[in-house]
Ligand binder design. Structure first.
Ligand SMILES: *[C@@H]1O[C@H](CO)[C@@H](O)[C@H](O)[C@H]1NC(C)=O
Ligand SMILES: *[C@@H]1O[C@H](CO)[C@@H](O)[C@H](O)[C@H]1NC(C)=O
Length: 203
C-alpha cells in the first residue's frame, strides 16, 4: 500500500525538480564510468606498477605472477629481445629469456612478458609471434597442461577455421607461424623453469 502511494506521488513532483533529479543521476553515472576507464587504461599501459585497479584488470596486478624461463622440448629457451623479436636461445643465462607469467583471467589465461624487454608475447593477425609493448587480447594465452609433463600455450586467437594456435619453437629455435602449430607437436611443448632470485629483478 505504501509503495503504491509512493509510485503515484512521484510524478506529481514539480517538473523542475524532476529535471534536477535526472541531471544529478546522469552526472553520477558519467563520473563512475570515466573513473573506471581511466583506471583501466592506466593498468593496461603500465602493468609493472603494483597499484590497485578495478574491474577486469584486477588480475594484472594480482598475486599469481611467476618468473620463469620457457624451455622448449626442441631444447631452446624462448627469448623476447629488446626490439620485441621472439626467438630461441641456447644460452641458459640469457637475461631476455626471463619471463613474467601472469594470470589475467580465470581458466588459465596468461600474459607472458619479457622481464628485461618489457614486451608481451602476442600472436598477431598473421599468426606470427610478436612482442607488444601494450597489453591487449592478442597477448592472452591459455595454459594447456599436457600428459607428458609439458605445457603448451594456446593463443586465445584462433585460425579462420577455428583451430588453436600455439607458441612454438622449431628445431632451429625459430618461432613457428600459429597456423602450422598443433597441440601434439613437440615444437609447442615447453617446461617452465624457475629462475634465480637475482634474475627476478631485471626490469
Ligand atoms: C634467432 O636465433 C637464431 C639462432 O640462434 C639466429 O640465427 C637468428 O639471427 C635470430 N633471429 C633474430 C631475429 O634475432
Ligand atoms: C606479425 O609479426 C611478424 C613477426 O614479428 C611481423 O613480421 C609482421 O609484420 C606482423 N604482422 C602484422 C600484421 O602485424
Amino acid at each position: 500500500m505504501r509503495k503504491w502511494t509512493l509510485q503515484w506521488k512521484l510524478p506529481e513532483l514539480p517538473c523542475g525538480l524532476w529535471l534536477q533529479v535526472v541531471l544529478v543521476v546522469s552526472r553520477v553515472c558519467v563520473c563512475v564510468c570515466d573513473g573506471d576507464r581511466v583506471v583501466g587504461q592506466a593498468s593496461v599501459t603500465d602493468c609493472s606498477k603494483h597499484e590497485r585497479h578495478t574491474r577486469n584488470y584486477d588480475y594484472m596486478e594480482g598475486g599469481d605472477v611467476r618468473i620463469r624461463r620457457l624451455y622448449s622440448r626442441t631444447q631452446w629457451f624462448l627469448v623476447i629481445d629488446e626490439n620485441g623479436n621472439i626467438n630461441g636461445t641456447q644460452d641458459p643465462n640469457n637475461c631476455y629469456s626471463v619471463l613474467e607469467i601472469r594470470t589475467v583471467s580465470e581458466g588459465g589465461v596468461l600474459a607472458i612478458k619479457g622481464l628485461k624487454s618489457q614486451y608481451y608475447i602476442s600472436m598477431n593477425r598473421t599468426g606470427m609471434l610478436q612482442g607488444k609493448k601494450d597489453y591487449s587480447d592478442s597477448c592472452n594465452f591459455k595454459e594447456v597442461f599436457l600428459e607428458n609433463y609439458y605445457t603448451a600455450y594456446a593463443s586465445v586467437r584462433k585460425t579462420k577455421d577455428g583451430k588453436e594456435m600455439f607458441i612454438a619453437l622449431s628445431k632451429n629455435g625459430r618461432p613457428l607461424k600459429g597456423k602450422k602449430t598443433r597441440r601434439e607437436s613437440v615444437t609447442s611443448h615447453f617446461i617452465p623453469r624457475k629462475c634465480k632470485e637475482d634474475e627476478k629483478k631485471l626490469a
